[in-house]
Design a protein around this ligand. Structure first.
Ligand code: GDP
Length: 501
């Protein structure tokens, strides 16, 4: 089920940028994490060095992804910010425990706070004899950066980028901060995101590193960033492996752009070349940047359009103030109009194009003709003369319209022991139910190392050569499954129901 208030949003991995003073260990930290936690498996298995990479960290028993922008230094970041698009969600401010706070530490912090990124401080080089963690904490407080336990709530992790001490804790802290931020995205949308870096490759033409911020980028679609466009054909993950699709927070490489897409520009994808060309033309003719809705409005946010009518100007200002206070993280009010007078036909017409609009009348009345007109439009009109009655109504309305999260509730898990045969999209596999029950006819998620690699449909179950409708925990069985994904021993089949909370 999909509608405006129940977006198919899922949790998305955080995108992290590393900043701090020169020589405090930013590159060493990024190298260490890339080598020790890379999803490419083998340390050093990455042949190509993209300006972003992904790692996996076990967190509360689950494998979680984190994307790192591999471009230390706030110059690159500031440039990106000037163009308006911020790829990162969280910033790590690296401060050397030996040298403590320096000019660029403070500059980087200013950039981080102006960009509204969540901050984590990593105190580095704790392996050095001259390291003084306490001094760094006090020096930071003097500059107005208040750490946990030092008058503030900025998380702090002492690390050594050389020995790796504290790095698992740093990755855990990133995931905790991400959890609090409730980063979500909708993979069913066409992919949108930010260009991180572009260069001319003699063999491949103009190549860029991109971070997907929402939706899915698929092979065969077309990508546009400002005036530059490219078919999604030379399409790789951050390790240089050719891929067919990639989704939220993943760094990808795309080659074959018509011109150099500027770092920091927003990109969008289109199903056809015609749509992509139209977008480029629009940019050239009107200098109109693409800001796809999915990018500018965080997924999972609902906007309530409001028209305010009051008896005096001062009252309408008071109502606007109240509305600001009542906004929730996922519910925003958008004021279409705020004027003095009674609610008239024009107000109904203005509201009529969007039936979710609410017309608020404060110390005013509804014109009879407007009332008649509204029989057809059905917009909500509310009259109040006491501010807290209005607040109660709006609070209730905001709560009612809050987007409900789509949550998968697992009903059964089966571990694959053996794969017997595979014909066109049908596979016979054997496994054991490890949790709940597996029922014939259900859709399953196929998981490999905790990641969904695809979906399938169960079309038959056998238990000891007899056909059965379901199998319960502890039982071994054979399963006939339809799926495009090739299942291997060790994979998990998971049955689920979708609930909305
Ligand atoms: P950047 O300019 O912030 O990227 O700093 P680098 O990563 O290039 O590090 C500067 C120097 O500090 C290099 O010589 C690193 O080997 C060294 N370094 C970085 N982190 C550590 C650490 O945790 N311990 C020690 N002992 N040296 C470090």
């Amino acid at each position: 089920m999909k509608n405006a208030t129940t977006p198919t949003s899922i949790e998305r991995p955080p995108v992290v940028v590393v900043m701090g003073h020169i020589d405090h260990g930013k590159s060493t930290l990024l190298d260490f994490i890339r080598k020790s936690n890379s999803t490419a498996g083998e340390a050093g298995g990455i042949t190509q060095h993209l300006s972003a990479y992904e790692v996996i960290q076990k967190h509360e028993g689950k494998d979680k992804k984190i994307t790192f922008l591999d471009t230390p230094g706030h110059e690159a970041f500031t440039k990106m910010r000037e163009r308006g698009a911020i790829a990162a969600d969280i910033a790590i401010l690296v401060v050397s425990a030996e040298d403590s706070v320096k000019a660029q530490t403070v500059e980087a912090w200013q950039t981080i706070s102006e960009s509204k990124l969540s901050l984590i401080v990593a105190i580095n080089k704790i392996d050095k004899p001259g390291a003084n963690i306490e001094k760094v904490k006090i020096d930071l407080a003097e500059k107005g950066i208040y750490l946990e336990g030092y008058g503030g709530d900025v998380p702090v992790v002492p690390i050594s980028a050389k020995t790796g001490d504290g790095i698992p804790e740093l990755l855990d802290t990133i995931l905790l901060v991400a959890e609090v931020k409730e980063l979500r995205a909708d993979p069913t949308l066409p992919g949108v995101g930010v260009i991180i870096e572009s260069h001319l490759d003699r063999k491949r033409g103009i190549s860029s590193t991109l971070i997907i911020k929402n939706g899915t980028v698929t092979r065969g679609s077309f990508i546009v960033a400002d005036k530059a466009s490219a078919p999604v054909r030379i399409f790789e993950d951050y390790t240089g492996k050719s891929i067919d699709s990639a989704t939220v927070s993943s760094p990808i490489a795309i080659a074959g752009f018509s011109e150099l897409p500027p770092a920091g520009s927003v990109f969008a994808t289109f199903a056809t070349k015609k749509e992509a060309d139209a977008c480029v033309q629009n940019f050239c003719a009107n200098n109109q940047k693409i800001v796809p809705d999915a990018y500018s409005v965080p997924v999972g946010t609902v906007t309530i359009p409001i028209i305010i009518k009051t008896d005096v100007q001062g009252a309408s200002e008071a109502v606007v103030k109240e509305l600001k206070k009542l906004e929730l993280e996922e519910v925003k009010f958008k004021i279409l109009d705020s004027t003095v007078g009674s609610i008239g036909e024009n107000d109904i017409r203005l509201a009529g194009s969007d039936p979710t609009t609410i017309i608020l009348g404060f110390n005013t009345k509804l014109d009879p003709r407007a009332r008649d007109l509204n029989e057809k439009t059905g917009v909500t009109i509310k009259l109040f003369d006491v501010i807290y009655h209005m607040n109660d109504f709006l609070k209730e309305e905001a709560e009612k319209r809050k987007p409900r999260k789509e949550v998968l509730s697992v009903t059964g898990r089966l571990k694959i022991i053996k794969c017997f045969s595979k014909t066109k999209e049908k596979q016979v596999v054997g496994g054991k139910v490890t949790e709940g029950k597996i029922v014939d006819g259900g859709t399953v998620r196929i998981l490999r190392r905790d990641f969904e690699i695809g979906k399938g449909n169960i079309v038959g179950i056998e238990q000891g050569r007899a056909k059965v409708k379901e199998v319960i925990e502890g039982v071994e069985c054979g399963i006939l499954i339809e799926s495009k994904v090739e299942i291997s021993a060790g994979d998990i089949l998971e049955t689920f129901v979708t609930i909305y909370e």
